[in-house]
Design a protein around this ligand. Structure first.
Ligand SMILES: C[S@@+](CC[C@H](N)C(=O)[O-])C[C@H]1O[C@@H](n2cnc3c(N)ncnc32)[C@H](O)[C@@H]1O
Length: 192
């Protein structure tokens, strides 16, 4: 199975979007609010899907950039939030993106990728961050025989990210949504 643009577009067209929680993830929005992250921060949300976090951050005064391989969820975002800046919405491959950011938000994007891409993901995340920029988000912490979603352990994730990032936080998330409680790690990784 190839997890390409057609695969993801079909998942949206057929409504097979079990990952989609339908609202912004509280742990991610709290991060920006509780820590008073400046509204001028350059933020990227790759594999954003329906991008409820982008909508919430935009309404708080941020101007996040979202990218996704599939067009359907990006069209949904622009329908829900007509004021969202069109130039911040890109139908594109994360691995080919070239701008640089202060923060990148991860949610069910990493676990959607073929695990053979994990080192490339870590390298590309580091490349897309400004010096000391941060990758913040949630990682699926569960051993799954097949995916997507593809899981992993904290030890695997530490080994993967340590060459490229300082691990400021990698711990069981304390404010996960109920169905994901105990199954996701909150991460705050600083680009080396
Ligand atoms: C499991 S969904 C998660 C969507 C969203 N983060 C959420 O939590 O609802 C994975 C998303 O990543 C997108 N995607 C997969 N590979 C991608 C790539 N190489 N570049 C950009 N987006 C990609 C898919 O189209 C899909 O929207």
């Amino acid at each position: 199975m190839s997890l390409d643009q057609a695969y993801w577009q079909n998942r949206y067209d057929e409504g097979k979007t079990g990952w989609d929680i339908g609202y912004p993830s509280p742990a991610l929005i709290s991060y920006f609010v509780d820590r008073n992250i400046p509204k001028t921060a350059e933020i990227l949300i790759p594999g954003a899907g329906n991008a409820y976090e982008a909508e919430a951050l935009f309404k708080l005064g941020y101007t996040p950039t979202v990218i996704d391989l599939a067009s359907a969820p990006l069209e949904n975002l622009l329908k829900r939030v007509p004021a969202f800046l069109k130039e911040k919405v890109e139908q594109a491959d994360f691995f080919e993106h070239t701008k640089s950011y202060d923060y990148i938000i991860e949610q069910t994007f990493f676990c959607a990728l073929d695990p053979t891409l994990r080192v490339a993901y870590a390298k590309q995340m580091q490349r897309l961050l400004k010096p000391k920029g941060k990758l913040v988000g949630l990682l699926f912490a569960s051993q799954t025989p097949s995916g997507p979603p593809f899981g992993g352990t904290k030890a695997e994730y530490e080994n993967l990210f340590t060459p490229f990032f300082s691990i400021l936080e990698m711990a069981m998330c304390t404010n996960s949504i109920k169905p994901r409680q105990g199954n996701e790690l909150f991460i705050e990784l600083q680009a080396k």
